[in-house]
Design a protein around this ligand. Structure first.
Ligand code: GRF
Length: 202
């Protein structure tokens, strides 16, 4: 059984896609042992609570220093002991040592076709604003392993989405979520979970 922790900051629609995937069997051999958000108001936490998944808010604002936040965040992860950490719209700079401790065990969903429109400053609606400003006709989403850089880890999967005339950033974001993010993130988790079985971990 692949034990995952999902880190969120916002509405949690990617978390919901994972929850639904586990319930409908498209994500096999997987259990969400916890959801962590830096934002107490994140609706993602409500989505976790609705499914009786342990939900935790660990916010940098609650600590005297960044170092104390980092320690608290890492301590919670250690307690939950995940095989895989899934960043699903998690808008927090990770503690430096985290990518070492969980090497090749952290994945992220980014709302563009990396290496386009990624890196520092490219998150949420800002990505789609840049896509529209550049006038590209195809965008999409990427699932990748997280390394010490920003959106620089090994790409796991991508899915293309058309940019349509009249798109606003909000309309485009929704299409990328529906047609790409909510498809490739659950699929990537299932593949890792099944590879875990293949790898004799099951
Ligand atoms: C999504 O657009 C995702 O690509 C980006 O942040 C947003 C999270 O949305 N990383 P949600 O919280 O999963 O609804």
């Amino acid at each position: 059984m692949l034990n995952i922790v999902v880190c969120v900051s916002g509405g949690g629609t990617n978390l919901q896609a994972i929850i639904d995937g586990i319930k409908n069997g498209t994500i096999r051999n997987t259990k969400i042992s916890g959801v962590i958000s830096n934002n107490a108001g994140a609706y993602a936490l409500k989505r976790a609570e609705n499914e009786r998944i342990p939900a935790f808010c660990i916010s940098p604002k609650s600590y005297e220093s960044r170092g104390e936040f980092n320690q608290a965040f890492l301590a919670k992860l250690k307690e939950l002991n995940p095989d895989l950490i899934v960043l699903a719209g998690f808008l927090v700079i990770l503690p430096e040592e985290m990518t070492e401790i969980y090497q090749n065990r952290i994945i992220n969903i980014h709302p563009s076709l990396i290496p386009s429109f990624c890196g520092t400053g490219f998150y949420g609606l800002k990505v789609h604003e840049a896509v529209l400003a550049r006038g590209v006709k195809i965008t999409g989403a990427t699932v990748h392993f997280v390394d010490a850089g920003t959106d620089t880890g090994k790409i796991i999967s991508q899915k293309a989405v058309e940019v349509l005339d009249g798109d606003t950033p909000e309309i485009l974001q929704r299409r990328v979520m529906e047609q790409a993010e909510w498809v490739i993130l659950p699929r990537a988790i299932d593949e890792i979970a099944m590879a875990e079985i293949a790898g004799g971990k099951g």
